[in-house]
Design a protein around this ligand. Sequence first.
Ligand SMILES: *[C@@H]1O[C@H](CO)[C@@H](O)[C@H](O)[C@H]1NC(C)=O
Ligand SMILES: *[C@@H]1O[C@H](CO)[C@@H](O)[C@H](O)[C@H]1NC(C)=O
Ligand SMILES: *[C@@H]1O[C@H](CO)[C@@H](O)[C@H](O)[C@H]1NC(C)=O
Ligand SMILES: *[C@@H]1O[C@H](CO)[C@@H](O)[C@H](O)[C@H]1NC(C)=O
Ligand SMILES: *[C@@H]1O[C@H](CO)[C@@H](O)[C@H](O)[C@H]1NC(C)=O
Ligand SMILES: *[C@@H]1O[C@H](CO)[C@@H](O)[C@H](O)[C@H]1NC(C)=O
Length: 399
Amino acid sequence: MADARKKMSRHSYILNAVFLFISMIYGAGGLRTTELRITPRVVQRGRNVTMACLYQLDNAGIYSVKWYREHQEFYRYSPFESPTTRSIPVSGIKIDRLRSNESQVVLVAVTPALSGNYSCEVIQNSLNYPHSTASAKLDVVGIGGLRATDLLISPPVVQRGSDATLACLYELTDAPLYSVKWYRGRHEFYRFSPTEAPATKIFPFAGINVDLARSNQSQVVLTRVSFGLSGNFSCEVTADAPSFATSIVSNTMEVVVLPPSPPTIQTSQHFHAPGDVLRANCSCGPSRPPAELAFYINDSPVTPGLHQVLPMAEGLFRSEFFVQIQLWPAHYERGAPILRCEARAGDLYREDAAVALYSGSGDPKIERVTSPGSAATLLGCQILIIVNTILWICRTNIT
Ligand SMILES: *[C@@H]1O[C@H](CO)[C@@H](O)[C@H](O)[C@H]1NC(C)=O
Ligand SMILES: *[C@@H]1O[C@H](CO)[C@@H](O)[C@H](O)[C@H]1NC(C)=O
Ligand SMILES: *[C@@H]1O[C@H](CO)[C@@H](O)[C@H](O)[C@H]1NC(C)=O
Ligand SMILES: *[C@@H]1O[C@H](CO)[C@@H](O)[C@H](O)[C@H]1NC(C)=O
Ligand SMILES: *[C@@H]1O[C@H](CO)[C@@H](O)[C@H](O)[C@H]1NC(C)=O
Ligand SMILES: *[C@@H]1O[C@H](CO)[C@@H](O)[C@H](O)[C@H]1NC(C)=O
């Protein structure tokens, strides 16, 4: 009895081993090469992508097909489950369930973050569940470049009449360049297409002068820029077949004219004593944009005041600022107060002018300083303050 059982178990052991061996061979033969085909392989963000898992089975059926992005499963087909398809939430992956089945998955509105390694794993419904995996790479190119694109304008703010270089920064990973198109607003003015002869093409646009000798596939040089060119510039990069992916970036060019000289200060009187009302004007220009003006007495801001922007010829402006303020003995504590006007145009321009508000003819010979606001002038003012202070001390000591 025991002997029979032993015989029996040995028999089943051998049988099992043979069956396993056969099924391994069968499995290896039954599930042949698997391929993952991604269409399109290089795609623009926002588009749909079809991933097809191509496999060949002999007799046995499918147990499941699993889809991964970088080892993370996001979709599964298993005919023995209900429902047969299941999507596993993975950040950023959106699946069109209606168009996905046992052999393909459709990803909707892909983002650059979904670029990477995808695989499908086919598991066969036979002993030991033989499986086979295929992988392929998806490249999602984004706005901002066929990877990363920027439009650099140098200088960032351009003086009217001078040159500007516009550089289109892009990265093409998997395809050659097909074209780079340049637009001012919606009007194309320059195109670089390496497959055409000549590779560069200019489309006339009022006020745009392209320096062909200095323009190429990554930059365009504009000469003698005018105010009319202030505004939106774009470069559109297109990759060659098969994707013909395009990417566009924009930037704003600002064409300016900076004031030809520092601001000037005018006061209503030659001399000012404590108790007087100071009436002062500062003006600056012509320029574009108009300068912003501010007054300071001994470095404290003088407010309020009257600002005026006057239109001048050629689209330029003149800025004026008028203040009226009572002068107090406190202003004279350290000698004649310094009235300073500062002119600014954004971050582009900053100049000032300063005058000392002398209290009378007893003051030093230079009765009024109307000065360009250079450092040298400020130094001059400081020396005058010192001289004035010394005089004041002398006078105080005498009396
Ligand atoms: C992408 O698929 C969605 C449905 O999932 C569809 O509405 C859309 O039109 C498709 N887009 C393209 C470009 O085929
Ligand atoms: C999966 O869907 C695609 C497109 O709808 C179709 O061409 C393909 O035959 C389907 N595959 C299977 C196995 O049903
Ligand atoms: C992609 O992923 C698969 C499965 O995770 C792996 O076998 C393969 O080596 C990966 N390929 C690349 C290029 O990383
Ligand atoms: C384009 O021209 C600029 C200036 O001549 C040069 O620095 C740059 O390398 C050129 N770029 C290419 C891609 O030829
Ligand atoms: C600049 O032009 C591009 C392309 O026409 C457009 O997409 C973008 O919104 C524009 N930018 C501005 C600030 O007008
Ligand atoms: C300052 O300018 C305004 C307007 O331009 C003018 O009315 C005023 O008289 C000027 N004041 C002084 C002190 O120059």
